[in-house]
Design a protein around this ligand. Structure first.
Ligand SMILES: CCc1ccsc1-c1ccc(O)c(O)c1
Ligand SMILES: [Mn+2]
Ligand SMILES: [Mn+2]
Length: 256
């Protein structure tokens, strides 16, 4: 569905709240805290900021965030896991404001990251920005996928293929599937007014993932580290508008 100026304003307002919550949770990411405590903070802020959680009640999920630690690729369930020094984690938050969805995730580090973890996080963030730089009317979704894949693989890391980005707006998930790999010029053509997420998952090792016995949590098969960043964006005449940029312009909250 193609959107108008009012719709862009609605998405911007929703995305800004998701980004603010991701800013605010950064200082809480410390060794010794639990992922459940982080989710409790997020759940409270979602309500205090006048939004509704999109994930509580979604397909039976009962938390305000997904928190994916170390070799968890995505859909990590908040719980009693106590963070240890050097743990890297993705926190993924989706809020609804006046019917508009803001879906975003970032990487955080408890204590001091290893050099490899720092490089993985940097490459993953930069691959998302490369994908966003490929967005303009007339480009294709294959251009986005190629921009991400070529950058990641030139850094000798791998792109997860089992999960993708998605259309969103007044619903959480809609077509098209936004693949984080692809070939230039292939796939559907981007049109001004399209809204979707780009949410690349990057592995230090092989791309393969598997789902744990909880039928939910996705992990790398080789148990090496994985990282993810996600933005909700809109296609504009000149390129892309990022709805979920940090209002405080924080780059890596919880990262020195
Ligand atoms: C908890 C939300 C959920 C449930 C099944 S897939 C999923 C999910 C998680 C993060 C996302 O960015 C997303 O688009 C969907
Ligand atoms: Mn998300
Ligand atoms: Mn998403």
């Amino acid at each position: 569905r193609i959107h108008d100026q009012q719709d862009f304003a609605g998405m911007h307002a929703a995305g800004r709240i998701a980004a603010q919550i991701l800013d605010e949770v950064g200082p809480l990411v410390q060794p010794g805290t639990t992922t459940a405590a982080l989710d409790d903070f997020i759940r409270n802020r979602v309500t205090e900021l006048g939004t509704v959680s999109a994930t509580i009640g979604y397909r039976g999920y009962q938390h305000a965030s997904c928190i994916s630690v170390n070799h968890v690729v995505c859909h990590g369930i908040p719980g009693d896991k106590i963070l240890a020094d050097g743990d890297i984690l993705n926190i993924d938050v989706t809020v609804i404001l006046d019917g508009w969805y803001g879906d975003s995730s970032r990487m955080y580090v408890a204590g001091k990251p290893s050099v490899k973890a720092k490089r993985l996080i940097q490459v993953t963030h930069d691959s998302l920005m490369k994908g966003i730089e490929a967005v303009r009317p007339g480009a294709t979704f294959g251009d986005i996928g190629w921009a991400i894949q070529s950058y990641v693989e030139s850094n000798r890391m791998s792109v997860v293929r089992d999960f993708c980005g998605h259309g969103l707006g007044r619903t959480f998930h809609a077509p098209p599937n936004v693949l984080h790999f692809g070939r230039p010029g292939k796939g559907p053509v981007l049109e001004e007014g399209m809204f979707f997420t780009i949410e690349p998952m990057v592995n230090l090792g092989r791309p393969e993932t598997k789902i744990l016995a909880d039928d939910w949590t996705a992990v790398t098969r080789d148990k090496l580290l994985s990282a993810q960043f996600e933005h909700s964006i809109g296609v504009t005449a000149s390129g892309a508008e990022i709805f979920t940029l940090s209002p405080a312009n924080l780059f890596f909250p919880g990262f020195d």
